[in-house]
Write a protein that binds this ligand. Structure first.
Ligand code: G1P
Ligand code: ZN
Length: 543
């Protein structure tokens, strides 16, 4: 076996987005497309002598091919060792846990997260650094720059290794260890939660329905919930990872997890429902006949964290992405801890977590996590909720209603307009940006505007600045409309419009969110002319 140097032609479209490089499988399958990106990454990283790399993905179509290619390139880069999940499988939070536990220098996650999979679906690749979290923009931008200029790739001509059998292998002098995808992660969960209390909850007849959406969360949820915590067999549904997710869209929101919602609103509904996404870093929690908004979920976890062993000492602070509702801010204020507002994307939480400034963080997009890893973590959030229900004796709904009673309800919704031609989306955003200076102090569609800007973030730890992170328009009563373009899509542009209104009046807490937010929808249209520019009368998805 030898290391080969092969000529390649650079690509111009390999800029990582909100969470790594995501493209259609057909794009990744082009000659040397994956290799080009991996080589760019390896060129940017320092020498790998003596270092360990973690490698795994969500099992979607192309995962196995990519794993073998990356192993052969890692050998050429000179890594001492690669830890790869059995069958090429590792959830995103498990990659993060394994990097941290094994003191690896970093890891490669193969996933397009919640995007559909299969030969016509999406594939993705992302690099995580030694803290277990997504590489910061400084690295992703350097990789992009390199990907546009490199001329050759270096790869072993080895045939690869047997991915399905646990154990150690040698690949052109590099050690490859095929690891159990679940064990390190499960061990970490045992240190955080009161497993005995959760066991008692299930033993007492508490019913959970966990929909793994035919994605990578299945093996983790089965091992922990059914295996260790005594939930009855059948608690985890769609629990076997499939290359095309069985045709499901593995994005846990009430629209895509339609079947779970139907079960949770049926006459004999379980006590709690949950779902995770393609790579198991997202979570949706549902009460009996009660949908929990992800922003509220973060706030509830923060409010009750000290009931959970891993967080019994209290929280250093919390962080939320800018478009996420201010429910967590209100809880943080009551707890006397700081709340940080970051741009969208988990990579912005890494420094705050590393510096010990925050313990919990979350995003409106069904992402919640803590300092236990440096990714959001779907099953962790579900275990947290189970622990809270067990420790408090209260239902999911009761815990959320308590939050509303204490802090008012942050009525919230996100409206997505998908597959907009890029030029239309760009001109819509340009129009909004141009209108910003005149907005503060004015009234539009009957709404009094206090502040309007293009969100810029200065990282409180390293001082790095990220500009143009979303247009926010804040009204005098604190209501907000936020506009940004998705950085994870693979077809045209997706406009996300985030709407938030605070409702302090308890007698109005049951108001239907879309109804309550109607004035903000009208404001969004008046400001952005979505219908006029895109011709779309309605959002593609409302969550
Ligand atoms: C979306 C979510 C964002 C999340 C990311 C990765 O990014 O909005 O909160 O961090 O997926 O899961 P977007 O497509 O909006 O750029
Ligand atoms: Zn994901």
């Amino acid at each position: 076996m030898t290391i080969q140097t092969l000529p390649t032609t650079p690509f111009t479209d390999q800029r990582p987005g909100t969470s790594g490089l995501r493209k259609k499988v057909t794009v990744f399958a082009q000659a040397h497309y994956l290799e080009n990106f991996v080589q760019a990454l390896f060129d940017v990283l320092p020498a790998a002598t003596g270092l360990t790399l973690v490698l795994g993905g969500d099992g979607r179509y192309y995962n196995r091919v990519a794993v073998q290619t990356i192993l052969r390139m890692a050998a050429a880069k000179g890594y001492a060792r690669v830890l790869v999940g059995q069958g090429g499988i590792l959830s995103t939070p498990a990659v993060s846990a394994v990097i941290r536990a094994s003191q690896a220098s970093g890891g490669i996650v193969l996933s397009a997260s919640h995007n559909p999979g299969g030969p016509d679906g999406d594939f993705g690749i992302k690099y995580n650094i030694g803290n277990g979290g997504p590489a910061p923009e400084k690295i992703t931008e350097a990789v992009f720059a390199r990907s546009k200029e490199l001329q050759q790739i270096r790869i072993s001509d080895s045939a690869g290794i047997a991915l399905d059998v646990l154990g150690d292998y040698l690949l052109d002098g590099m050690q490859v260890t095929v690891i159990d995808p679940v064990s390190t992660y499960a061990e970490l969960m045992r240190t955080l939660f009161d497993f005995d209390a959760i066991r008692k909850l299930f033993a007492g007849g508490f019913r959970l329905r966990y929909d793994a959406m035919n994605a990578v969360g299945g093996p983790y949820a089965k091992a922990l919930l059914e295996g260790e915590l005594g939930a009855p067999a059948g608690t985890v549904v769609n629990g076997v990872p499939l290359e095309d997710f069985g045709g499901l869209h593995p994005d846990p929101n009430p629209v895509n997890a339609e079947d779970l919602i139907a079960h949770m609103f049926a006459a004999d509904a379980p006590d709690m429902g949950a779902a995770s996404d393609g790579d198991a870093d997202r979570n949706m929690v549902v009460g009996r006949k009660f949908v929990v908004s992800p922003s509220d979920s973060l706030a509830v976890l923060a409010a009750h964290a000290t009931r959970v062993p891993g967080y019994a000492k209290g929280l250093a602070g919390v962080a939320r992405s800018m478009p996420t509702s201010t429910a967590a801010d209100r809880v943080a204020q009551a707890l006397g801890i700081p709340c940080f507002e970051t741009p969208t994307g988990w990579k912005f939480f890494g420094n705050l977590l590393d510096a010990g400034k925050v313990t919990l963080c979350g995003e409106e997009s069904y992402g919640t996590g803590s300092d236990h890893v440096r990714e959001k973590d779907g099953l962790w959030a579900v275990l947290f909720w189970l622990n809270l229900v067990a420790a408090s004796g209260k239902s999911v709904e009761a815990l959320v209603r308590e939050l509303w009673a204490a802090h008012g309800r942050c009525v919230y919704s996100r409206h997505d307009y998908e597959a907009i031609p890029t030029d239309q989306a760009d001109s819509l955003m340009a129009g909004l940006r141009a209108a910003l200076p005149a907005l503060p102090g004015s009234s539009v569609a009957g709404c009094a505007i206090a502040l309007a800007d293009d969100f810029a973030y200065t990282d409180p730890v390293d001082g790095s600045v990220s500009n143009k992170q979303g247009i926010r328009v804040i009204l005098t009563d604190g209501s907000r409309v936020v506009f940004r373009l998705s950085g994870t899509g693979t077809e045209g542009a997706t406009l996300r419009v985030y709407l938030e209104r605070h409702e302090p009046d308890a007698s109005r807490h049951d108001i239907e969110a879309q109804t309550a937010l109607q004035p903000l929808v009208a404001l969004a249209e008046a400001l952005a002319h979505i219908r006029g520019i895109t011709g779309m009368a309605q959002p593609s998805v409302m969550t």
